[in-house]
Design a protein around this ligand. Sequence first.
Ligand SMILES: Cc1cc2ncn([C@H]3O[C@H](COP(=O)(O)O)[C@@H](O)[C@H]3O)c2cc1C
Ligand SMILES: O=C(O)c1cccnc1
Length: 351
Amino acid sequence: MLPEWISLDCAAPSETHRQAALARQAQLTKPLGALGRLEDVAVELAALQATETPGADRVPVVLFAGDHGIARQGISAYPPEVTVQMLHNFAGGGAAISVLARSLGCPLEVVDAGTLADARVPGVVVDKPCRGTRDFSVERALTPAEVAFACEAGGRAVARQADHAPQLMIFGEMGIGNTTSAAAIAAALLTCAPADIVGSGTGLDAAGRTRKAGIIGDALARHGLVSPTPVAEILAAVGGLEIIAMAGAIIAAAQRRWPVLVDGFIVSVAALVAIRLNPSCRPWLLFSHRSAERGHAIVLDALGARPLIDLDLRLGEASGAATALPIVRLACALHGGMATFAEAAVSGRES
Ligand SMILES: Cc1cc2ncn([C@H]3O[C@H](COP(=O)(O)O)[C@@H](O)[C@H]3O)c2cc1C
Ligand SMILES: O=C(O)c1cccnc1
């Protein structure tokens, strides 16, 4: 059973503030629409933050890590021990997201949501029901209680961010094998062929991708996921603890009226899970980037999402969302800082 709060409604964005932001955009000293999607982002954030002056200065990043039993099947280009080794790297400030968060002035919290680590890594919050999932090619990855625990861990991580008074949240992940779990979840939710959604992850070649798709296809058949199945059952069968924690976190953030800047393939699959569990969280999601991971385009299409940037990133760790954040910040700065035609005594559009 998933926690009851998961299905509590998220508020609707403020229509009043959206209209006011649209009216302001029409008054700023530029041809109407000339700042393209920067205008859309500012208007959307004004509606979500219910303010005339949207901002993205206070943006905590929470990174969830988890290990995957399926990694024993050789579906990643890197060995499973990398997940725990990377926990030390996050804590030591040397990972890509460590550098990005530092450069952007974003607080970074790393949560061990289910890695194989048997001791606490200093600087990492431990909130896990078990050490890694089971190998879903032979058994269900998680029990219903472990799925529920991971959802709650996502909610708890969001609650811990309240002191930062977030204007926007970024969630990220780390877990060797998690593109396989994410692809399996997406294939089950979207009832699409694994071969269409499976990508290279950390760098599989074509033969590796075919093998990965075969393992996912067999698992979907074994667990009875080839026809529409309740989300909680899909998560127990092929889920990952960090993916489930992110789905819970996305819903919890939206319930607190904190918009979420969604990262790449894996976080987008968590967003898909969140929306299936609670459709009212959909308006709170902004999409940052299009990952080079093959399945991301399919998931984005299914969500009707148009991300801001496409830089061929395929890292995860919230790196795409962090990289897009300066664009969001600039959109807000333009919205709040540009002069109106009246203020600058510039003639408006000929009718
Ligand atoms: C050193 C290293 C750092 C990473 N940071 C994120 N990922 C990314 O790659 C993994 C998913 O790919 P796959 O499913 O192929 O294992 C996840 O940990 C994801 O966050 C990394 C991967 C590696 C090797
Ligand atoms: O897009 C992602 O999130 C991604 C892609 C490849 C590997 N890890 C993450």
